[in-house]
Design a binder for this molecule. Structure first.
Ligand SMILES: *[C@@H]1O[C@H](CO)[C@@H](O)[C@H](O)[C@H]1NC(C)=O
Length: 224
Protein backbone atom coordinates (compact mmCIF):
# COMPACT_ATOMS: atom_id res chain seq x y z
CA UNK A 1 0.00 0.00 0.00
CA UNK A 2 2.82 2.39 0.97
CA UNK A 3 4.61 1.46 -2.24
CA UNK A 4 1.46 2.08 -4.24
CA UNK A 5 1.03 5.53 -2.68
CA UNK A 6 4.66 6.36 -3.43
CA UNK A 7 4.13 5.30 -7.02
CA UNK A 8 1.06 7.51 -7.31
CA UNK A 9 3.01 10.43 -5.84
CA UNK A 10 5.93 9.93 -8.21
CA UNK A 11 3.64 9.73 -11.23
CA UNK A 12 1.77 12.76 -9.92
CA UNK A 13 5.00 14.73 -9.69
CA UNK A 14 6.10 13.76 -13.16
CA UNK A 15 2.81 14.94 -14.58
CA UNK A 16 2.56 18.34 -12.88
CA UNK A 17 3.64 21.29 -15.05
CA UNK A 18 7.24 22.45 -14.81
CA UNK A 19 8.77 25.75 -15.82
CA UNK A 20 11.67 24.83 -18.11
CA UNK A 21 12.78 28.42 -18.85
CA UNK A 22 16.52 28.44 -19.44
CA UNK A 23 16.58 24.64 -19.65
CA UNK A 24 16.86 22.12 -22.43
CA UNK A 25 16.30 18.42 -22.95
CA UNK A 26 19.55 16.60 -23.72
CA UNK A 27 19.21 13.38 -25.73
CA UNK A 28 22.78 12.09 -25.39
CA UNK A 29 22.65 8.70 -27.10
CA UNK A 30 21.08 6.93 -30.02
CA UNK A 31 18.40 4.53 -28.76
CA UNK A 32 14.97 3.38 -29.82
CA UNK A 33 13.53 4.03 -26.38
CA UNK A 34 14.66 7.34 -24.85
CA UNK A 35 11.99 10.00 -25.32
CA UNK A 36 9.86 12.70 -23.74
CA UNK A 37 6.09 12.40 -23.84
CA UNK A 38 4.25 15.71 -23.62
CA UNK A 39 0.72 16.06 -22.30
CA UNK A 40 -1.73 18.28 -24.15
CA UNK A 41 -4.75 19.60 -22.27
CA UNK A 42 -6.88 19.79 -25.42
CA UNK A 43 -7.81 16.75 -27.46
CA UNK A 44 -9.12 18.30 -30.67
CA UNK A 45 -7.32 20.54 -33.15
CA UNK A 46 -8.18 22.08 -36.48
CA UNK A 47 -4.91 24.04 -36.66
CA UNK A 48 -1.43 23.73 -35.22
CA UNK A 49 1.68 25.85 -34.78
CA UNK A 50 4.71 24.18 -33.22
CA UNK A 51 7.95 26.04 -32.45
CA UNK A 52 11.13 24.64 -30.97
CA UNK A 53 14.90 25.12 -30.87
CA UNK A 54 17.27 22.26 -31.47
CA UNK A 55 20.88 21.39 -32.15
CA UNK A 56 22.35 18.14 -33.44
CA UNK A 57 25.19 16.71 -35.49
CA UNK A 58 23.06 13.97 -37.06
CA UNK A 59 23.39 13.80 -40.82
CA UNK A 60 20.77 11.05 -41.13
CA UNK A 61 17.02 11.57 -40.95
CA UNK A 62 15.27 12.02 -37.60
CA UNK A 63 12.12 13.25 -35.95
CA UNK A 64 12.02 16.68 -34.34
CA UNK A 65 8.37 16.63 -33.22
CA UNK A 66 6.09 13.62 -33.50
CA UNK A 67 2.34 13.98 -32.90
CA UNK A 68 0.24 10.87 -33.51
CA UNK A 69 -3.50 10.39 -33.37
CA UNK A 70 -5.28 7.02 -33.22
CA UNK A 71 -5.87 7.16 -36.98
CA UNK A 72 -2.65 8.83 -38.21
CA UNK A 73 0.79 8.14 -36.73
CA UNK A 74 2.05 11.20 -38.62
CA UNK A 75 -0.89 13.43 -37.70
CA UNK A 76 1.62 16.27 -37.32
CA UNK A 77 5.31 15.52 -37.75
CA UNK A 78 8.40 17.70 -38.21
CA UNK A 79 10.98 15.44 -39.77
CA UNK A 80 14.52 16.17 -40.85
CA UNK A 81 15.14 14.48 -44.18
CA UNK A 82 18.46 12.71 -44.79
CA UNK A 83 19.16 15.31 -47.49
CA UNK A 84 21.08 17.98 -45.61
CA UNK A 85 18.89 20.93 -46.61
CA UNK A 86 15.45 19.32 -46.66
CA UNK A 87 12.84 19.33 -43.90
CA UNK A 88 9.59 17.36 -44.24
CA UNK A 89 6.29 18.34 -42.66
CA UNK A 90 3.48 15.82 -42.31
CA UNK A 91 -0.17 16.36 -41.47
CA UNK A 92 -2.72 13.57 -41.57
CA UNK A 93 0.03 11.20 -42.83
CA UNK A 94 0.56 13.37 -45.96
CA UNK A 95 3.97 14.94 -46.49
CA UNK A 96 5.35 18.13 -47.97
CA UNK A 97 9.08 18.64 -48.49
CA UNK A 98 10.78 21.96 -47.99
CA UNK A 99 14.06 22.16 -49.83
CA UNK A 100 16.91 24.65 -49.99
CA UNK A 101 16.78 25.23 -46.23
CA UNK A 102 19.88 26.73 -44.65
CA UNK A 103 20.14 23.98 -42.04
CA UNK A 104 23.58 23.55 -40.50
CA UNK A 105 24.85 20.91 -38.09
CA UNK A 106 26.14 21.85 -34.63
CA UNK A 107 24.10 25.06 -34.65
CA UNK A 108 20.98 25.94 -32.75
CA UNK A 109 18.06 26.40 -35.13
CA UNK A 110 14.61 27.79 -34.55
CA UNK A 111 11.98 25.74 -36.28
CA UNK A 112 8.31 26.62 -36.47
CA UNK A 113 5.72 24.71 -38.46
CA UNK A 114 2.10 25.60 -39.12
CA UNK A 115 -0.90 23.72 -40.51
CA UNK A 116 -4.62 24.19 -40.60
CA UNK A 117 -7.28 21.78 -41.73
CA UNK A 118 -9.45 24.45 -43.41
CA UNK A 119 -6.85 25.22 -46.10
CA UNK A 120 -4.78 22.05 -45.71
CA UNK A 121 -1.62 24.18 -46.03
CA UNK A 122 1.63 23.67 -44.16
CA UNK A 123 4.46 26.13 -43.82
CA UNK A 124 7.93 25.92 -42.31
CA UNK A 125 9.83 28.73 -40.61
CA UNK A 126 13.54 28.10 -40.19
CA UNK A 127 15.36 30.69 -38.04
CA UNK A 128 12.52 33.12 -38.65
CA UNK A 129 12.49 32.74 -42.43
CA UNK A 130 9.24 31.50 -43.99
CA UNK A 131 9.07 28.79 -46.63
CA UNK A 132 6.46 28.79 -49.34
CA UNK A 133 3.16 27.20 -48.32
CA UNK A 134 2.34 23.68 -49.49
CA UNK A 135 -0.85 21.65 -49.54
CA UNK A 136 -1.10 18.42 -47.58
CA UNK A 137 -4.77 18.54 -46.48
CA UNK A 138 -5.43 16.52 -43.36
CA UNK A 139 -8.47 16.06 -41.12
CA UNK A 140 -8.79 17.59 -37.66
CA UNK A 141 -6.48 16.01 -35.11
CA UNK A 142 -7.99 14.14 -32.19
CA UNK A 143 -6.47 12.45 -29.12
CA UNK A 144 -2.89 13.48 -29.85
CA UNK A 145 0.19 11.87 -28.31
CA UNK A 146 3.25 14.10 -28.59
CA UNK A 147 6.72 12.57 -28.42
CA UNK A 148 10.16 14.21 -28.58
CA UNK A 149 13.27 12.14 -29.28
CA UNK A 150 11.52 9.34 -31.18
CA UNK A 151 9.15 9.07 -34.12
CA UNK A 152 5.82 7.30 -33.65
CA UNK A 153 4.78 4.67 -36.16
CA UNK A 154 1.79 3.88 -33.99
CA UNK A 155 -0.22 5.83 -31.39
CA UNK A 156 2.40 6.28 -28.64
CA UNK A 157 4.94 3.74 -29.92
CA UNK A 158 6.45 2.05 -32.93
CA UNK A 159 9.84 3.73 -32.46
CA UNK A 160 12.76 3.12 -34.82
CA UNK A 161 16.33 3.88 -33.77
CA UNK A 162 16.95 5.23 -37.29
CA UNK A 163 14.44 8.03 -36.65
CA UNK A 164 15.67 8.89 -33.15
CA UNK A 165 16.97 12.32 -32.22
CA UNK A 166 20.40 12.86 -30.63
CA UNK A 167 21.15 16.38 -29.48
CA UNK A 168 19.49 19.11 -27.49
CA UNK A 169 16.06 20.67 -27.70
CA UNK A 170 14.37 23.54 -25.89
CA UNK A 171 11.62 26.16 -26.00
CA UNK A 172 8.97 23.76 -27.27
CA UNK A 173 5.61 25.47 -27.69
CA UNK A 174 2.42 24.46 -29.45
CA UNK A 175 -0.63 26.54 -30.27
CA UNK A 176 -3.99 25.41 -31.66
CA UNK A 177 -4.00 28.23 -34.21
CA UNK A 178 -1.62 29.67 -36.78
CA UNK A 179 0.79 32.24 -35.40
CA UNK A 180 1.18 35.48 -37.33
CA UNK A 181 4.61 36.25 -38.83
CA UNK A 182 5.15 38.92 -36.16
CA UNK A 183 4.38 36.46 -33.37
CA UNK A 184 6.85 33.99 -34.88
CA UNK A 185 9.46 36.76 -35.03
CA UNK A 186 8.83 37.54 -31.36
CA UNK A 187 9.35 33.86 -30.55
CA UNK A 188 12.65 33.78 -32.47
CA UNK A 189 13.83 36.99 -30.78
CA UNK A 190 12.67 35.64 -27.40
CA UNK A 191 10.65 38.81 -26.94
CA UNK A 192 7.36 38.93 -25.16
CA UNK A 193 5.63 36.24 -27.25
CA UNK A 194 2.39 34.51 -26.34
CA UNK A 195 3.39 31.10 -24.98
CA UNK A 196 1.80 28.01 -26.46
CA UNK A 197 -1.78 27.43 -25.32
CA UNK A 198 -1.42 23.68 -25.96
CA UNK A 199 2.22 23.11 -25.00
CA UNK A 200 4.01 25.79 -22.99
CA UNK A 201 7.73 25.41 -22.19
CA UNK A 202 7.18 27.51 -19.06
CA UNK A 203 4.52 25.14 -17.76
CA UNK A 204 5.22 21.85 -19.43
CA UNK A 205 3.59 18.57 -18.48
CA UNK A 206 5.82 15.75 -19.55
CA UNK A 207 7.34 12.40 -18.69
CA UNK A 208 10.80 11.30 -19.72
CA UNK A 209 11.73 7.70 -20.49
CA UNK A 210 15.32 6.48 -20.70
CA UNK A 211 18.38 8.70 -20.79
CA UNK A 212 17.00 12.19 -21.36
CA UNK A 213 18.41 14.94 -19.17
CA UNK A 214 17.14 18.36 -18.21
CA UNK A 215 20.09 20.76 -18.25
CA UNK A 216 20.80 24.45 -18.32
CA UNK A 217 20.73 25.92 -21.81
CA UNK A 218 23.96 27.90 -21.46
CA UNK A 219 26.56 25.78 -23.24
CA UNK A 220 29.41 28.27 -23.50
CA UNK A 221 30.97 30.83 -21.23
CA UNK A 222 28.98 34.06 -21.40
CA UNK A 223 31.85 36.20 -20.07
CA UNK A 224 32.09 38.08 -16.83
C1 LIG B 1 -12.60 20.78 -37.63
O1 LIG B 1 -12.65 21.69 -36.56
C2 LIG B 1 -13.27 22.92 -36.87
C3 LIG B 1 -13.10 23.86 -35.70
O2 LIG B 1 -13.35 23.20 -34.47
C4 LIG B 1 -14.73 22.66 -37.24
O3 LIG B 1 -15.36 23.87 -37.60
C5 LIG B 1 -14.78 21.69 -38.42
O4 LIG B 1 -16.11 21.35 -38.72
C6 LIG B 1 -13.99 20.42 -38.10
N1 LIG B 1 -13.91 19.58 -39.29
C7 LIG B 1 -14.24 18.31 -39.28
C8 LIG B 1 -14.10 17.59 -40.59
O5 LIG B 1 -14.64 17.71 -38.30
Amino acid sequence: MAFFLLLVMLTGCAASPQDLSGKMFTFPEETKTAHVRLTTPTQDFSAVTVCLRSITDLSRKYSLFSLASPTASNAFLIYKNSESNVIDLYAGDKMAQFGAQDYKLNMWHFICATWDSASGLVQLWLDGKPSIKKFVGGPNITRPIVILGQEQDSHGGGFDIKDSFVGMMSDVHMWDYILSPCEIQRYVDDLNFTPGNVLNWRALEFQTTGRVLIENKEMTCQGV
